[in-house]
Design a protein around this ligand. Structure first.
Ligand SMILES: [Zn+2]
Length: 443
């Protein structure tokens, strides 16, 4: 795509002419009139005025731009807000060359990463996490949350590295960290030290929720520790096809019962898709009333769930994305693991994640509000304001595509997308895998 020279200047002021904007990403206050609406897909065509690093105005495409203005004619290319990735695991990112999984199973992934954790000093974590962030940034992400393994003294090391990265990436990527550990940890003395570390580093308290005889008390303890420290919560829940796993239901019920005022997110929630319809209806109602957000990780679920040696998977592994959304629950899709034993592939490309989610979850025809699931919905969960909404006053952190429709967008990888930050074109490159050779080969 030919980008006019003035777009690459510092603090540029210009118009994006004839941009196609996902309707779901448009600020509700923007009135464009029916003429701007597409007939077959949920986008609108408009001109965006960029200045002072922000979107200053959005006009219907039927209006003309004054002759004395600088104009970038997008030839009907789509413009999206820069992405927000709510669920990643930077501490495990790109481990694959050092611990490739022999069978791709969940059990092997847990065993391998637990054994590899002996390497997870700052010298090992920092280059892998930074590599992953450079991928995210180069694909057009502006904010990202990562879970960090916190058992056996790891919390201080990993949150320390994240803090360094938060400082180095400030102004380019907003980063948040969540503790990750088995939910049983909340009944061990180390839980208090971990919760204190999370609070010290401004993080979010989290754990993995799975069936356990004392699960109710453990989840309640997590809420109490979060409440005492004013922390939000983010759980891995029910990452299994066992319908008996009802962590999501328990978390929602606990939030309501304790009148917890922080933000609560549950990731995965795969088992919901295998439960009886009446039970599902009850859980959806609880989750909606509790205002618990659900983040789905379709690529990782497709990879891990229903994996059996020598057999073809029957189930897709994803949660009830459409039903959750219809029930009024905030639904997000995220990356999850990248090139590690939990998911051998991936590059923190939120367009790829969105495309996969649409294809795996049948989120299309109509596509509806789903573009928000990689933008403003996770931005709201992260407490970041209107950073991923297209409207006057929002930051001009945008991704410009040659694709003129959702159909064109979701058919190709869009490797030639152009990134705008504060309205200025930037050209970050993807890091070379060879950078990690010394770290991951021969250790
Ligand atoms: Zn995860």
């Amino acid at each position: 795509m030919t980008v006019p020279a003035f777009v690459a200047e510092a603090n540029p002021s210009y118009w994006l002419q004839g941009a196609r904007l996902p309707l779901a990403c448009l600020d509700s206050a923007v009135e464009l009139g029916r003429a701007s609406l597409a007939t077959a897909e949920p986008w609108v065509q408009a001109h965006l005025q960029i200045g002072d690093g922000m979107i200053r105005a959005i006009l219907p495409a039927s209006q003309s731009i004054a002759d004395d203005q600088l104009v970038w004619d997008l030839r009907q290319g789509m413009v999206w807000p820069a992405f927000v990735d709510l669920h990643t695991h930077l501490d495990k990112a790109h481990l694959w060359p050092r611990c490739p999984s022999p069978d791709g199973t969940f059990a092997a992934a847990i065993r391998l990463t637990r054994a590899d954790r002996r390497h997870w000093r700052a010298e090992d974590l920092y280059p892998r996490m930074d590599f992953a962030l450079r991928c995210s940034y180069a694909h057009g992400t502006q904010a990202l949350r990562t879970h960090l393994d916190c058992e056996e003294g790891q919390a201080l090391i990993s949150f320390g590295v994240l803090q360094r990265l938060q400082q180095e990436w400030a102004g380019r990527l907003t980063l948040q960290g969540v503790s990750l550990m088995p939910i049983e940890t909340f009944h061990q003395p180390q839980a208090i030290a971990i919760a204190d570390t999370v609070a010290d580093y401004g993080g979010i308290l989290g754990a993995v929720v799975y069936p356990h005889p004392e699960l109710e008390e453990q989840v309640e303890r997590a809420f109490y520790l979060a409440q005492e420290r004013g922390l939000d919560l983010d759980f891995h829940c029910d990452e299994t096809l066992d319908p008996q796993a009802e962590g999501l239901r328990l978390v929602a019920a606990t939030k309501l019962r304790l009148d917890f005022t922080g933000q609560v997110t549950c990731g995965h929630c795969c088992s919901l898709a295998l439960q009886e319809p009446d039970r599902v209806t009850g859980t959806l109602d609880l989750v909606r009333r509790a205002q618990v957000a659900v983040v789905s990780l379709p690529s990782c679920n497709l990879y891990l769930q229903d994996r059996r040696a020598g057999a073809t998977p029957r189930y897709r592994g994803i949660t009830l994305l459409r039903e959750l959304q219809q029930a009024g629950v905030a639904v997000v899709v995220g990356s999850d693991n990248t090139r590690d034993p939990f998911f051998a592939y991936g590059d923190h490309d939120m367009l790829e994640v969105f495309t996969q989610a649409v294809r795996i979850g049948h989120l299309d025809h109509p596509l509806g509000d789903w573009p928000r699931a990689v933008g403003q919905t996770p931005a709201t969960v992260m407490g970041l304001g209107r950073i991923a909404q297209l409207g006057p006053g929002s930051p001009a952190n945008l991704v410009v595509f040659k694709a003129r429709s959702f159909n064109e967008l979701l058919s190709r990888p869009q490797g030639d997308r152009t990134l705008l930050r504060q309205g200025q074109a930037i050209y970050p490159t993807l890091p070379d895998y060879a950078e990690l050779d010394g770290l991951l080969c021969g250790n």
